[in-house]
Design a protein around this ligand. Sequence first.
Ligand code: PLP
Length: 373
Amino acid sequence: MSPVTDRLPVFPWDRLEPYKATATSHPDGIVDLSVGTPVDPVPAAIQRALTDAADSPGYPTVWGTVALRDAIAGWVERRLGAREAGHAQVLPVVGSKELVAALPTQLGLGPGDRVAFPRLAYPTYEVGARLARAEPVAYDEDLFADDAKLAAFDPAGLRLLWLNSPSNPTGRVMSADELRRAVAWARRHGVLLVSDECYLELGWDAEPVSVLREDVCGGSFDGLVAVHSLSKRSNLAGYRAAFLAGDAAVLGELLVIRKHSGLMTPAPVQAATVVALGDDTHVAEQRERYARRRAALRGALEAYGFRVEHSEASLYLWATRDEPCWETVGDLAGRGILVAPGDFYGPAGERFVRVAVTATDERVAAAVARLKD
Ligand SMILES: Cc1ncc(COP(=O)(O)O)c(C=O)c1O
């Protein structure tokens, strides 16, 4: 039996460790802008909902409480502009990363099937394809904006098409028109379209749109699934709170498989999610923090000689000094600042770095000062 890990790429973050050690040795400590992990408090009302539900001795259900399904369906209609979402069109997941990695397997994909994702992308789309022994296919980020590229894109064997708007790592936002073309193309070729929208609440210079918005999907969820996470919007990365919304037939199938697998969101997290989805105020407050940090970092990086591309949305600045990314990583590590090399997200990123805006105000100010020296 060959180890399953033989199918996977090298875990990239291990390669960053020596640079982390360099940055950590800075006299004023590291400014870690490498991972997009929230650093601000979990809003008090959400913490209260979690602790109020702490006495939860019984098993939770995979599909979640009625209150959770109501909260998700209501949010999908209100925030995404979907026409009508019922309980059959929603499904909680235990943070979205496990779903991204397991989806091809849970859908029964295997050798001979193909899974497509953007050329510069969150690595877990490829990992999921490889775990299922399906073939990973990378597509250009402007595929659905370019007639010639789309005409040349081969749908043979393609079973799953990932979209990710706003994009990690580039922050690119697909327009409603691009999304409509992607939906039409996927439906025409019978390919399931899964849209990872976990940064949807974090648009700065463009308004991110959901694939489930009525004027994008034509009022029907057929062949479409959207993936949402509370990790970034509500500082809940530590809770593992996320969900799917979309095609009832696909979600019904996943529900059965996930029940057999025991993939339950813990009951206190379900209760916390209900409160988080019912409140927009904490999202607006968190956005303000990120907007401030993003503006400060962007200005400092540009003054230091970086060019920032895309980055209209999400928690990242996609930046280059037109040099190999590891040189940039090394230079910044010498100043005590750790960023992610662009080649973590595909070879096309080899001259970029990804700078997360998820550090405290104090650490962002330290980074800005270090870039001025
Ligand atoms: C594009 C994308 N999808 C999914 C995830 C997973 O988020 P979570 O598992 O916290 O829901 C991330 C996390 O950074 C991401 O960048």
